[in-house]
Design a protein around this ligand. Sequence first.
Ligand code: DX5
Ligand code: ZN
Length: 231
Amino acid sequence: MKIAASILAADLGRLVEEIRAAEQGGVDRVHVDVMDGRFVPNLTFGPVLVEAVRRATRLPVDVHLMVVEPERLLEDFARAGADRISVHVEATPHLHRTLRTIRALGASPSAALNPATPPEMVEWVLRELDSVLVMTVNPGFSGQEFIPDVLPKVRWLRERILSRGLSVEIEVDGGINEATAPLTVRAGATVVAASAVFRSPDGATRAVSRLREALRLGAQAAAEPLPAPGA
Ligand code: DX5
Ligand code: ZN
């Protein structure tokens, strides 16, 4: 299981220190939420910030594009140093081409699904993907409540990916904390994106180790057989 720290809730005035603390705390990736005020009702970061994040850390930088027509921006974000680029399937009409472009630019392609979007939307591009980003809140803001109805979608994707012998990651994003993370692992998630690492009053290291422990328990529960019906 991997943990991606979402900088949306970081203290941006101290961004470099915040990222270094998360890195020392043991996160695996940095997750940058790009919002355009159209696909989602909020405006955040552009390629210049991704460049600054790139300079601040050796960790992979995941760019989550919550923008309409993300295909217009791929080159700029790849050039800024994005290792992975997630595009929303609801925002790009030629998903296959968009994913191929991301790979051609040297980044890792990922498709994101809003809570109401069916997983079938990525079924015929699974081979083009390194990751599916399953939103567990409606995108736009940090600090929202986890939507448990999305869990069967994670399970569906997991089964499809395994049955086709692929190794596509499943990342969950939104409302991830010690209580919800184990549910996502049980359903088949392999990466969690969370702002909890930056919000934690006792620091990133403690937040990461609490989240890891919760993920470990979730993985353990997933390995145990389900109780017999009626038991
Ligand atoms: C939501 C973003 C998430 C968000 C996660 O639109 O895509 O990455 O920053 O924040 P939390 O963990 O607070 O839900
Ligand atoms: Zn995100």
